[in-house]
Ligand binder design. Sequence first.
Ligand code: SF4
Ligand code: SF4
Ligand code: SF4
Length: 310
Amino acid sequence: MELNRRGFLHLLGAGATCMCAGPALGESNDPTEDDGMAMLVDTTECIGCRKCEFACDQAQGLSGRSRESFEDTSVFDQPRRMVADAYTVVNRYPQPNTPDQPIYVKSQCMHCVKPACVSACLVGALTTAENGAVVYDAGKCMGCRYCMVACPFEVPAYEYSDPLTPRVRKCVFCFERVKNEAKIPACAEMCPPMCLTYGKRTELLALAHERIAKYPDKYVNNVYGEHEVGGTRWLYLAAKPFEELGFLTLGDKPIPQLTETLQHSIFKFGIPPLLLFGVLGAAITAFKDDSSHGAASAKDASSSKPKGVS
Ligand code: SF4
Ligand code: SF4
Ligand code: SF4
């Protein structure tokens, strides 16, 4: 009998009722929900200068490439995605009717309010910090890469080039810098047109809706990240529907509800982690496809999903 995606999810749901519902090792400590910190990205103001990429590289000690190397605009010819030594990338979306005014979109970890990566991590290497930032402890990581499968935004990258101590890499919201140096995240600090605004999530949502109300011709009436997968801490404003700008179309339901049920089975029923890895991957894929059902899936719409970085 062939099992389609919807059927597979139903099967998982049925199985879930048989599984225990105790707390997961990697469960979010669910800090202050919407009172945590966030970033509002106004894509209508972004000029594609890539200074945020350079600032991130410097602040996080990533590739160490020169400032000039980040001025190379030929990288916009191909969509890019985050990789181990690039926590953030800016992509360009050409506008056929106004070719001299393309739209630029900065991407990084979305810092979900209910992060699937935290929920999927069996050893607590990924956690939600007190201000809401999703941070990583390489010392605890066992390299299973469940987080990479669980993330609905396909963010975490892995240091495949390091055979001895590979780490999972992603934006950590400059957590140490914000906490220890009382600074704002480096990318926001360096952005010339100040299209990145750091602040409390509730206040940024109010600001975003205020801008939409004030300039209805400038923005689509939607704040990406307000509701997606239960809400994210990186919020976006745009002049065009988000699915036309490489954003994935995802439902409002937090993904941890699914991943936690699955990972509990490792302990409760002794299911081998590698088997669960496959099950988890299939479940997340099914979830994402299901969420996009009926709409032009941004994933498809964007053959545009970034593929590489230079
Ligand atoms: S975007 Fe992915 S990696 Fe970032 S917090 Fe959400 S689930 Fe985790
Ligand atoms: S918040 Fe910090 S780690 Fe994240 S993209 Fe900006 S500079 Fe990089
Ligand atoms: S620094 Fe600001 S304007 Fe420049 S590419 Fe990054 S987000 Fe856009």
